[in-house]
Design a protein around this ligand. Structure first.
Ligand code: GAL
Length: 338
């Protein structure tokens, strides 16, 4: 199914594409290649929409909270809004103090992507990002595919190529609430597990210090599932600095995250070939979303698979660099049981 999703200020129309397989249905818009709805049954077979979203493209254009959007060319923060690649310095627009967040004000999640294909269970969208776009080198061709498989798992597949060496670090910024997006008070009760043995602490501006710190004995230890809200107010510096959970964990094994809501019986696991996962507890969420629901602080959580934040300045970490003419390909899978 394809339906109108409103108009851009340029007059261009945006669309909402529905895909289904098994018991799961997803809706994706070409506005920001954003995931708008994700309908998953609960243990009694009742469907609920478990992602936060907006009713039309206007919400996505505001970019507030980056809700559901495809983030690129480089997700998360780049210190000082610049980097050196191949001996050349590249500058980006600072949009968070002196630093760059999610590639700056003209981020991919607020652009109109082109539809490449839409079948019953998959949709592929494409973005052309010219040389110098957001400050990055190389004419880039980027595709994201959302595909549901027979088990109802949602695959997010990213493919990109550039004619110059460049940075590719694409992710999706969906916020999940397995109780349903309306149950804004319930997100913090859900159980999260993150098998990662270390996380990367950040300074007050969210820039990693370079340390890889063990989670052992800290509120960051999610190796055994626990309610997200249980330790979030603990007296622990990394939590103070970021206003709650908003950190990168190593992807130690797959699934690299598992979320469950005992009341509805829904669980979601996340598997990826990316080296890191940013767990953001929605500490600063403040958006008027779908169906008149206001999304306040901590009404959903993001689990963003990606290279470590600011990894371009940490050569000791996996590097978000793709050579000219080389295919960038990553895949993240959200699997559900109920
Ligand atoms: C996350 C980031 C948070 C916040 C959020 C957008 O990816 O880790 O610090 O900026 O995006 O509101």
């Amino acid at each position: 199914m394809k339906e109108s999703f409103g108009h851009l200020p340029t007059g261009e129309e945006c669309f909402l594409y529905t895909i289904s397989c098994g018991a799961v249905t997803a809706c994706v818009t070409d506005c920001g290649a954003s995931l708008v709805k994700l309908l998953v049954p609960d243990s009694r077979g009742r469907l609920d929409d478990i992602v936060l979203g907006y009713d039309s493209c206007e919400g996505y254009l505001s970019g507030d909270g980056y809700i559901g959007g495809t983030i690129g060319r480089s997700a998360n923060r780049i210190k000082g809004s610049g980097f050196v690649l191949g001996g050349k310095t590249y500058s980006m627009t600072p949009n968070e103090g002196p630093n760059n967040l999610h590639s700056g004000p003209d981020s991919y999640n607020t652009r109109l992507w082109k539809l490449i294909s839409h079948t019953g269970d998959a949709v592929t969208l494409e973005l052309r990002s010219p040389d110098g776009d957001q400050g990055f080198p190389g004419n880039a061709l980027i595709r994201v595919t959302y595909r549901l498989d027979a088990s109802g798992a949602l695959h997010l597949i990213y493919d990109a190529v550039s004619d110059r060496d460049t940075v590719f670090n694409l992710t999706n910024h969906s916020y999940f609430n397995l109780a349903g997006h309306r149950r804004t008070d319930r997100a913090m009760d859900q159980l999260l597990s993150l098998p990662g043995r270390f996380f990367t602490p950040a300074d007050a501006q969210g820039i990693p210090t370079g340390e890889k710190r063990s989670v052992e004995g800290t509120p960051m230890d999610f190796r055994t599932p626990k309610p997200i809200g249980r330790d979030i107010a603990e007296d622990y510096e990394p939590l103070h600095l970021q206003g709650g959970y908003d950190h990168n964990w190593e992807v130690f094994c797959n699934p690299c995250a598992q979320l469950s809501d005992p009341e509805s019986g829904r669980t979601m696991s996340v598997s990826t070939d990316c080296p890191g996962i940013q767990f953001y507890a929605g500490n600063f969420l403040n958006a008027d979303g779908k169906e008149g629901v206001h999304y306040g602080k901590r009404s959903g959580i993001a689990l963003e698979t990606q290279f470590y934040p600011d990894s371009i300045h940490h050569p000791e970490w996996p590097q978000p660099i793709t050579g000219a003419g080389t295919q960038y390909h990553t895949e993240t899978v959200y699997r559900f049981t109920w």
